[in-house]
Design a protein around this ligand. Structure first.
Ligand code: ATP
Length: 312
């Protein structure tokens, strides 16, 4: 059976900007594949190239062995990053409308239930919360019961409980055999959901692999998170590497046997702190180590973290 997604050496340029540069990706049927990377890394461009929304300048793409533009409509679902359906229609009307575009769609009630919108189904789209709106959009992408579903930042703007419920939905879809290709800025989302994660930076695929492998290779050791007003610069005397975090500092590579000594050094330097947390490395550490960027687990920034794609 051909892979669900096969891209070989694809590149796409917009004027002087190289949005994706010689990227190859192979996604197997039934896999959850997560694409992560800073703002402007080329994630949406790659999704567009894989779904036939845009044509790469070079390289080739196939979906289930066919060109993305000739693959049967019912097999492919796409939730674009910026998708706004008509606002003065209810969730039910919207799902019904999109359902009418396909020969063999899912039942409207099943779709509304799957995305947790069965009780707010008669509310106008414009009056739903941001999270509810995104759930309706995921529902619209599901109406044709696709074999392969592309979700470009499906949970952006959704509160933690809503995110969890969408994660369960994505897990359920994959368990039933749907292949999922998603992009996300939430490292927890990629780590929890994905069979494999691809890191795209500046248009180039930096690494691909199961989250556990990436963490083992690039995550570093266990570390100590310190919620404090003290900055890394004020800790020059500490014999460990220190990075800033949103709430304080992260002291890298602190083994169990070293915790007491490091905490003693903090105390000796007069550091006051709210909390101390000793944690295993995570996909966020991989991301930080491979991209030199920061992630925002509380909500992705819409401001570019880099200058975007390379210009040549
Ligand atoms: N239609 C376009 N015309 C011109 N430049 C574009 C176009 N689409 C994307 N780009 C540029 O290509 C680069 C990659 O953009 P892309 O949207 O693919 O990144 P991204 O990783 O999805 O970013 P984000 O996380 O912010 O959504 C950026 O520099 C962007 O400005």
């Amino acid at each position: 059976m051909p892979p669900a997604v096969l891209a070989e050496s694809i590149s796409k340029r917009y004027g002087d900007t190289i949005a994706i540069d010689d990227v190859s990706v192979n996604v197997d049927g039934g896999e959850i594949f997560a694409l992560v990377g800073p703002n402007g890394a080329g994630k949406t461009t790659l999704v567009e190239a894989l779904t036939g929304t845009t044509t790469p300048d070079s390289g080739s793409v196939s979906i289930f062995g066919e060109s993305p533009t000739s693959v049967e409509d019912g097999r492919l679902g796409l939730l674009p990053q910026s998708f706004t359906p008509p606002e003065r229609l209810t969730a039910r009307e919207l799902v019904t409308y999109y359902q009418g575009l396909y020969d063999d769609p899912q039942r409207v009630d099943d779709v509304l239930t799957a995305v947790g919108m069965e009780t707010a189904d008669e509310t106008w789209y414009r009056n739903l919360s941001g999270g509810q709106q995104r759930r309706v959009c995921v529902g619209i992408a599901l109406v044709n019961d696709p074999d392969l579903l592309f979700l470009d930042e499906p949970t952006t703007g959704i509160d933690p409980a809503g995110r969890q419920s969408l994660w369960s939905l994505i897990d359920d879809l994959a368990a039933e055999g749907t292949t999922i290709f998603l992009t996300t800025h939430y490292m927890k989302e990629a780590q929890q959901l994905a069979d494999r994660v691809a890191l795209l930076d500046d248009g180039t695929l930096v690494e691909v692999g199961p989250p556990t492998d990436l963490i083992a290779s690039y995550g570093g050791g266990t570390h100590l998170l310190v919620e404090t007003e003290t900055s890394p610069e004020q800790l020059a005397g500490l014999d460990a590497e220190v990075e800033p975090t949103e709430d304080g500092i992260r002291i890298l590579d602190v083994a169990t046997a070293d915790i007491g000594r490091v905490v003693g050094q903090l105390d000796a330097q007069g550091v006051t702190y709210e909390t101390l947390t000793w944690t295993d490395p995570s996909l966020e550490d991989v991301y930080l180590s491979l991209t030199d960027e920061s992630t925002d687990e509380d909500g992705p920034s819409r401001e570019p973290m880099t200058a975007g794609g390379r210009s040549r």
